[in-house]
Design a protein around this ligand. Structure first.
Ligand code: ATP
Length: 625
């Protein structure tokens, strides 16, 4: 069948491979830092403005503590006389004015930062989404949907904070630290020396903590993507149907709980790594003023110099202001290190090269010379990229021609390679040998988009969005008029059903169209293809899941759809392909018989056997009835 799902699904213990991956390091991406910086390129102007605001704001913030010295030494307790009230008022008003100004600048700066940060995050998300859309079908059959969704949501979401706050945090905190240090040196260089002697040790410890955190972050994201994958698999319509029908909710819960426990453990480890370090830093920084009082006392007592009370108060005020920005810088350094793992995961996906790409000089299918809808397979060989080395090639030299307007059918045992043949026509997979020709041109020389434009696909597993019937239909042709919708649905034998719904074409169909019957969904899918109106139609077992009555209705719709188009049909029920111009019997990746129904019956080969079996089965059915 056409929509073969990706990844193992259903009931099993926590994926061992995923567990192994969780222990692995995050991918190594060279030039990671530079690549992250280039993400900001489109927002250079705003970033510059943010930088200026941050620097001005941070510098302004250091002035009030310096004024404290003047408040104490010149205004409150001058060397001679009583308090200087005039000077005191000027100093206090200046201090309040400066606080007001820095707060105002802070608001503006937050707005700029959050616009830039969120825009960069948004750009990254869209880039990843578009890149994933360009990946070949095989990537999606190999990778769990939840894992893909997790990179897009959890990983990109995870770096959003870093993208939003890092630049301002680094700039603002660095400026505050430098300005505070300058102010401290101006106040007393000896006390400054004592206050900063611990820094190098802190920096070294911080680096080590950062490395540990980065590793845990990679594991956390991997575990989160597993959790998302389980949710996506189990709580989807098909997943819940499967688990309910086998009464496996309890084991699914156990699987979820096990993964959840791993996730909790990792998150606690991530949160706790570095907390001890921060506690030590905090105690050290908070104790420095006490040490300063002590040293100042010894300095004054030893007669090594004079320090005014104002200078000591101002010094400890400035020094206390150093704590937050220093901690901020260390946190940011940790966050940046932690986010490396997430960025690496994002860039790893962005760096994946789609295996099927347009040639640089690719042509448009519709403008290629010759008739439209001519499909030709020339000795096509194919092997799935992830097939086991021992397995034979899935297609072992398939050759056939479907003339424009011809109806070509493929029948044969399950696993023979019929669906694979249909995959190769629209270049969803690339032939590994031979050539697939479309309108006389090798599909590898045509743009993928233009080939798909020429081909309509109806697969057994019909996919309808959780949206109105109208929205599902116009997906094929956004500018379709109501009259066109009705015409397509009438031809597909479904208009009368839609018209009987209270809300007609505006009826919302559930996720994957679950509120409609299988046959109704099929006919909507056929109407969708009719709206697209392509010269080539691929029908993969489009009626095999239906009962005889629905099959007849859908078959009529399909016959209508196939009129005037090159049609490739895969069928298990031979009754649906009796009228085909050519029927190819596929076995083990080869076409072993070809001809019309009558010719193949006369041949007395595999087709005749299949026909005899189906006639016998039909007779049993009739007998039972
Ligand atoms: P059916 O009638 O049961 O749908 P089919 O004739 O359409 O069968 P295909 O779906 O073309 O058969 O599959 C042909 C072979 O290729 C099978 O052995 C199948 O297991 C294998 N195969 C299909 N898809 C993949 C894949 N993504 N990766 C590896 N092998 C695959």
């Amino acid at each position: 069948m056409m929509a073969r799902g990706g990844g193992g699904r259903g009931v099993r213990p926590v994926d061992e491979a995923a567990q192994r991956r969780q222990n692995a390091e995050a991918p190594t991406i060279p030039d990671l830092g530079r690549r992250v910086v280039t993400l900001f390129q489109p927002y250079r102007g705003r970033l510059l403005m943010t930088g200026i605001l941050v620097i001005v704001g941070a510098a302004l913030g250091v002035i009030p503590p310096l004024l404290v010295q003047r408040v104490f030494d010149d205004a409150l307790f001058p060397h001679s006389g009583g308090p200087q009230l005039g000077l005191l008022v000027v100093l206090v008003v200046t201090m309040i004015g400066l606080y007001l100004l820095s707060s105002g600048l802070g608001v503006l700066q937050t707005w700029l930062t959050s616009t830039v940060g969120n825009s960069v995050t948004g750009d990254l998300r869209v880039r990843l989404f578009e890149h994933l859309q360009a990946m070949e079908l095989g990537f999606f059959t190999r990778t769990k949907t939840g894992v893909i969704q997790s990179r897009l949501q959890n990983d990109v979401g995870g770096v959003s904070g870093v993208l939003t706050s890092t630049v301002t945090s680094i700039l603002g905190n660095t400026v505050t630290v430098i300005a505070s240090l300058v102010a401290m040196i101006l106040l007393d260089w000896r006390l400054t020396l004592i206050a900063v002697c611990l820094m190098p040790i802190l920096v070294l410890v911080q680096r080590r903590v950062g490395q540990v955190r980065a590793r845990i972050a990679g594991q956390t994201q991997e575990s989160l993507s597993e959790l998302t994958a389980i949710t996506q698999e189990t709580l989807s319509v098909s997943g819940i149907l499967l688990s309910k029908s086998f009464n496996r909710q309890r084991s699914e819960s156990a699987r979820y709980q096990a993964q959840n426990r791993t996730q909790i453990g990792l998150q606690v480890r991530q949160a706790m790594s570095g907390q001890g370090f921060f506690a030590v830093v905090s105690v050290l920084m908070s104790s420095i003023p006490a040490v300063i009082y002590l040293v100042a006392g010894f300095l004054v007592a030893g007669g090594t110099g004079t320090i005014t009370a104002g200078a000591i108060v101002a010094f400890t005020t400035v020094q206390a202001r150093l704590l937050m920005p220093l901690m901020g810088l260390m946190r940011v350094a940790l966050d940046v290190q932690t986010s490396q793992a997430l960025f690496a995961r994002i860039f790893e996906y962005l760096d994946m090269v789609p295996q099927i790409q347009d040639a640089p000089d690719a042509q448009t299918a519709a403008t290629a010379p010759g008739p439209r809808g001519l499909l030709e397979f020339r000795d096509v060989r194919f092997r799935y990229p992830d097939a086991s080395p021992a397995a034979r090639d899935t297609l072992q030299g398939i050759s056939f021609t479907a003339e424009p307007g011809q109806h070509v059918a493929f029948v044969g045992p399950s696993g023979a390679g019929k669906t694979t043949i249909l995959y190769l026509a629209p270049r969803l997979y690339e032939a590994t040998g031979g050539a697939v020709m479309f309108d006389g041109a090798d599909v590898r020389t045509l743009t993928q988009e233009s080939i798909i434009d020429e081909i309509g696909i109806v697969s057994q597993e019909t996919y309808l969005f959780h949206a109105t019937i109208r929205e599902n239909l116009v997906y094929a042709k956004p500018d379709a008029t109501d009259a066109e919708l009705v015409a397509a649905c009438t031809a597909a034998n479904i208009h009368h059903v839609i018209a009987s719904f209270e809300q007609g074409y505006d009826t919302v169909v559930g996720e994957r169209g679950y509120r409609l019957s299988g046959g109704e969904k099929q006919r909507i899918a056929i109407a969708r293809v009719l709206l697209k109106d392509p010269p080539v139609l691929l029908l993969d077992e489009a009626t095999s899941a239906l009962d005889t009555v629905s099959e007849r209705v859908v078959q009529e719709a399909l016959d209508e759809a196939a009129r005037g188009r090159t049609t490739l049909t895969i069928a298990h029920r031979l009754s649906t392909v009796i009228g085909a111009d050519v029927i190819h019997v596929v076995q083990d990746g080869r076409i072993i018989e070809s001809g019309t129904h009558a010719e193949l019956l006369a041949l007395g080969g595999l087709y005749a056997d299949l026909a005899a079996q189906q006639v016998a089965a039909a007779r049993i059915d009739t007998d039972v009835i």
